[in-house]
Design a protein around this ligand. Structure first.
Ligand code: FES
Ligand SMILES: [Fe+2]
Length: 345
């Protein structure tokens, strides 16, 4: 693969990758104004219901296409009724004999999966497929889940590097365990069988975080609830803009988590979390398991958010300790995909 990235540092340190543009629910039959990638965009659904994401300014005189209307599967500008189809081409100019050649908008590659509308950023064609998320794809009868979406003042890189940072689990999240936390960067996406199909190798960055049984007050509570274990594993399969995470207690899956991002502007990012928990069919244990997982994930996110909202802007480097190698490896991986961006328009 050749990179045509310019030598100048882009104003927006964003990796070429798949991002959440908006949720499926947010996009009904009405065009939606979307601020994404530092750009003013419009999202709408074409004749087949497929999402289209393209620049918001009408090429005629710049009216906002988000104020337009979808008519016969085409987006009609409110100002002079020019119409655009799902490929971004101008399909009609009322009262004119011909359509000007320049009257076209370039849509972003988009996909609708698992309740999210994903957009590819960085090049005309995606450089790797959207990772599969089997935990979110499966029927709801065997699973239960919840979703969070929080807007932060942090960059995409800041939000995602957090997962590869075991020390903050102890310091910020107060994780009290009976021994040291381990971090192992994985060298190939060899699969735990129920985790999901491999992510495109070049885009993938895997890690395993492990810790022994919970101690202190956490240990007492989890012992009481029967949720303590000898060994906990957080398996991370990441790509430049998101992660698929599985959490195991003594080898038994506890929950699966998707972490995804919406880069609104350089220091404005939505953190999306979607959690699924398998059901066993036993009502009370399932309910308890669900409630604990939800509490744990929400509490952890509420501890991270104040840091994300007040941290220094931008993607700065810091003083690295040997223990920060996870963060450092992720940063390098991320920057490789920033280099691949060929479209700074
Ligand atoms: S500005 Fe959109 S049709 Fe004129
Ligand atoms: Fe965290």
């Amino acid at each position: 693969m050749t990179s045509v990235a310019p030598r100048t540092r882009p104003a927006f340190n964003l990796a070429a990758s798949w991002y959440v543009a908006l949720t499926s629910r947010q996009l009904t039959h009405k065009p939606q104004s979307v601020d994404l990638f530092g750009r003013r965009l419009v999202a709408w659904r074409d004749r087949d219901g497929r999402p289209v994401l393209m620049p918001r300014a009408c090429p005629h005189m710049g009216a906002s296409l988000a104020d337009g209307k979808v008519v016969d599967g085409q987006l009609r500008c409110s100002f002079h009724h020019w119409r655009f189809d799902g490929t971004g081409a101008c399909a009609a100019v009322p009262g004119a004999g011909h359509i000007p050649r320049a009257a076209r908008l370039r849509p972003y590659p988009t996909l609708e999966r698992h309740g999210y509308i994903w957009a590819w950023y960085g090049s005309e064609e995606p450089l790797f497929p959207l990772p599969e998320l089997p935990a979110l794809a499966a029927g709801t009868s065997r699973r239960r889940g919840f979703r969070l979406a929080d807007t932060t003042n942090a960059t995409v890189r800041r939000i995602l590097e957090n997962t590869y940072d075991p020390d903050h689990l102890v310091a910020l999240h107060g994780l009290d365990v009976a021994g040291p936390l381990g971090l192992r960067m994985l060298d190939g996406p060899h699969e735990t069988p129920d985790h999901g199909p491999p992510i495109a190798h070049e885009a993938w960055l895997g890690a395993e975080l492990t810790w022994p049984r919970y101690a202190g007050r956490l240990g007492a509570v989890t012992r009481l609830l029967g949720t303590n274990a000898r060994r906990f594993v957080l398996r991370v399969d990441g790509w430049p803009s998101g992660q698929r995470i599985s959490y195991y207690a003594d080898g038994v899956p506890q929950y699966r988590l998707l972490l995804a991002t919406t880069p609104i502007a350089p220091n404005r990012t939505v953190q999306h979390i979607a959690v699924t928990i398998e059901r066993t069919g036993r009502f009370w244990p399932d309910l308890l398991h669900y409630a604990i997982s939800r509490l744990e994930v929400t509490a952890a996110s509420n501890q991270d958010l104040p840091v994300f909202n007040t941290i220094e802007p931008g993607d700065r480097h810091g003083i690295y300790l040997e223990r920060d190698r996870g963060v450092r490896t992720f940063r390098k991986h991320y920057q490789q995909w920033v280099e691949r961006v060929s479209d700074h328009a």
